[in-house]
Design a protein around this ligand. Structure first.
Ligand SMILES: Cc1cc2nc3c(=O)[nH]c(=O)nc-3n(C[C@H](O)[C@H](O)[C@H](O)COP(=O)(O)O)c2cc1C
Length: 187
């Protein structure tokens, strides 16, 4: 049976944060690893599900980076970044890039993309972006990227819903599939 929990606004300030988190968690998302190079050239990355597409022409996507993240300065300064969309066998990578690690990339297969950002192997799709705009929004920075190159596959994505990793049901493959080949960068 459907259960609806109604959270009363607290004196015009909006819902309490637990209620807000619960409500936002009802939105099913994929899981991405957003990567970039630090100023020292080292690969950096963190798990993000705030990714969304913004525009096809020009091709824009966004991701929100929390002010509290260790890598915040990397994304405040970088000129390029990549969005790596995880497949449903890559939950361990999501956990790894969401928890503290001396080197998150150790033991993870990755390569340099067309424009130098780290591309993780085995993802369902990845996008290489040039930073188009950045702006502050509450406790996050909104990072908008212009997509320079992308690749896709027919693999099943990892999903995230109500605070847990999920697999899509096996029998709902769409008829529209990627061909698994990289789309060359726009000159
Ligand atoms: C499924 C999932 C989605 C997440 N999405 C985001 C996000 O969109 N933005 C963000 O700033 N942190 C997000 N996080 C939290 C970061 O991955 C986490 O704080 C990470 O440790 C940040 O790395 P850093 O502090 O080493 O830079 C998410 C975590 C998980 C597990």
């Amino acid at each position: 049976m459907r259960q609806l929990s109604n959270v009363e606004p607290v004196s015009g300030q909006g819902p309490d944060s637990a209620g807000l988190r619960r409500a936002l968690g009802c939105f099913v998302t994929g899981v991405t690893i957003v990567t970039a190079r630090g100023v020292d050239g080292q690969p950096r990355g963190f798990t993000a599900n705030s990714f969304t597409s913004v525009s096809l022409d020009p091709p824009l996507v966004l991701v929100c980076v929390g002010h509290e993240t260790e890598c915040f300065n990397v994304y405040r300064q970088c000129s390029r970044f990549a969005v790596n969309m995880l497949g449903d066998s890559q939950q361990a990578i999501s956990v790894r890039f969401a928890t503290e690690h001396s080197d998150r990339f150790a033991g993870v297969c990755w390569r340099e993309g067309w424009y130098g950002s780290p591309i993780l192997e085995g993802c369902v799709a990845s996008l290489e972006c040039a930073v188009w705009r950045r702006f502050e929004a509450g406790d996050h920075m909104v990072l908008i990227g212009r997509v320079l190159a992308c690749e896709d596959s027919t693999d099943r994505p990892l999903a995230y819903w109500r605070g847990r990793y999920r697999s899509l049901p096996v029998d709902d493959d769409g008829s529209e599939r990627g061909d698994g080949r990289p789309t060359p960068p726009v000159p």
